[in-house]
Write a protein that binds this ligand. Sequence first.
Ligand code: AP5
Length: 225
Amino acid sequence: MTSIYRSLNLVLLGPPGSGKGTQAKVLSEKYQIPHVSTGDMLREEVRNQTSLGIRAKEIMDRGELLPDDVMAAMILKRLDREDCARGVILDGYPRTVEQAQVLDGILAELGRTLERVVLVDVPDEEIVRRLGGRRSCPRCGRVYHVVYNPPKDGKNCDDCGVPLIQRDDDREEVIRERLRQYHEKTAPLVDFYSNRGLLVSVDGSQSMEAVTASIMEAIGSPVGQ
Ligand code: AP5
């Protein structure tokens, strides 16, 4: 695809396992803007065994959220990079009203604005099914599902050929806690953004392709399409 959206700062909002990461990867290619996932950034810190990574792993394995000030420092550093100048697809940030206010401040400081917030809506029972079957590539991070989106040979990454793994926080009791955290701390963002006229909601329980089409219809196609 050669055409690009002129500028698009987009937040993907939704419960754990609603498909934010899956959609963000596709949209990032279509709109030619980076996919910024705070979950992926934290997992990289864990892999590199940094002091933040060691602290983050404990919190993530319990299904809880990291403190807002830690996340603010991380996201400011990332959004200030040159590749975000034409926009960004945020996946996993903001997750609290305080984080949303911090994001407003960061974007204002950088001379940018938030164009759209897309809520990827999926019922809790489907979330548990999806996360229980999720597998990912430890090398490139590509995400699969044992039933909905299996790798070609059933166990190795199609791109890297290495065995897929299950995330430590995809155990049922942790999934339940992540959902609890979502409903308590993140769901208030639906009203927060809706009141500002920024929110569009899509049915995330459709097929992956249908969800992509719904999001693109809601936010508009890249320029020239
Ligand atoms: P994070 O990595 O952001 O996890 P999450 O929000 O819980 O979201 P997931 O990555 O689990 O799911 P997803 O919506 O991306 O779904 P996916 O596309 O993979 O955060 C992890 C942890 O880090 C947090 O718990 C917290 O501790 C910490 N953290 C991160 N950000 C933070 C912040 N801002 N503040 C504080 N703490 C923070 O899809 C799921 C599965 O479903 C896959 O198997 C996929 O193949 C399948 N699937 C996707 N779409 C479909 C479809 N349409 N039909 C069928 N299957 C589908």
